[in-house]
Design a protein around this ligand. Structure first.
Ligand code: PLP
Length: 285
């Protein structure tokens, strides 16, 4: 089956899905994105992603090209047209196409809007959730507005390559001696039953999964502390884990070669994954 992609108002076969070489997303990484997971044909936390998208656009003074209702309809159309059961919907909005100039083009330049599906059968049943991830630490040399979900993903991509070369699964980024976040996820440790994750700010992306997981943890009477931690503290923790829209809650069992806790996925990460998946499925749209 040929994948159907959404480009600027049209649903087209993927081979016909094209944007201009003058697109500012291509020339300046002048665009933002969202990834929303789909389980059983339904969207997980669509509202959270739509809200963050509007914030990212606002921070960059890019206009909002589609209402939340229209955006939901495009997501639903793509799920239906691609018969998607489990997978992801990638959405990207750029400032549009204009002759190359650092200065933003006129405000009435139409934004470029692209959405496509990625089928991931068994997304919620990933084997790595049962074995855990190995991560390495790398310097965080990204720009200072990591709270905006821009398409500048070269350094996260390099970080994943560094992890691969080191025989690990992913990398946690470190700045001023403390962990900011994973290359494409938020980072957590658990010590004496307390869940510790970096506080929000411009240094990290405000994960939609992070917000939901912390809410569920507090509702389940688990203690949460939002503060930075070092790699040494993480290596000495009882458990570690990551969250993201595509990995939900996934345990981390090794950091820079040091085993975390028992070296197996811990109780807190495993329980939070179950709660997150159960509750998010209930509210999926
Ligand atoms: N941090 C970074 C740098 C990310 O790229 C992502 C997701 O892509 C996250 C955190 C997790 O965010 P979310 O839970 O909204 O997927």
């Amino acid at each position: 089956m040929t994948r159907t992609v959404y480009v600027n108002g049209d649903y087209v076969p993927e081979a016909e899905a094209k944007v201009s070489v003058f697109d500012r997303g291509f020339l300046f990484a002048d665009g933002v994105y969202e990834v929303t997971s789909v389980l059983d044909g339904k969207l997980i936390d669509f509202d959270g992603h739509a809200k963050r998208l509007e914030r990212s656009l606002g921070e960059l003074e890019i206009g909002v090209p589609l209402s939340r209702e229209d955006l939901l309809e495009v997501h639903r159309q793509l799920i239906a047209r691609n018969e998607l059961t489990d997978g992801l919907i990638y959405l990207q909005i750029t400032r549009g196409a204009a002759d190359r100039d650092f200065i933003y083009p006129a405000a009435d330049t139409p934004q470029t809007v692209v959405l496509f599906t990625q089928a991931k059968p068994g997304l919620a049943d990933s084997p790595v959730a049962r074995t855990g991830l190995k991560v390495i630490s790398i310097d965080d040399i990204r720009w200072g507005r990591r709270d905006i979900k821009t398409v500048q993903l070269l350094y996260p991509s390099m970080g994943k390559m560094m992890a691969k070369a080191a025989g690990a699964d992913d990398a946690w980024m470190v700045e001023d001696g403390v962990v900011t976040e994973g290359t494409s996820n938020n980072a957590y440790i658990v010590k004496n039953g307390k869940i510790i994750t970096r506080h929000l700010g411009t240094e990290i992306l405000h994960g939609i999964t992070r917000a939901a997981v912390l809410r569920f943890a507090r509702e389940a009477q688990m203690e949460v502390e939002e503060r930075a931690f070092s790699i040494e503290e993480a290596q000495d923790a009882d458990e570690a884990f990551i969250t993201s829209a595509s990995s939900f809650v996934t345990p981390v069992v090794e950091i820079d070669g040091a085993t975390v806790g028992t070296g197996k996925p811990g109780f807190v990460a495993t329980r939070l994954r179950e709660i997150y998946l159960d509750e998010s499925r209930k509210k999926s749209v």
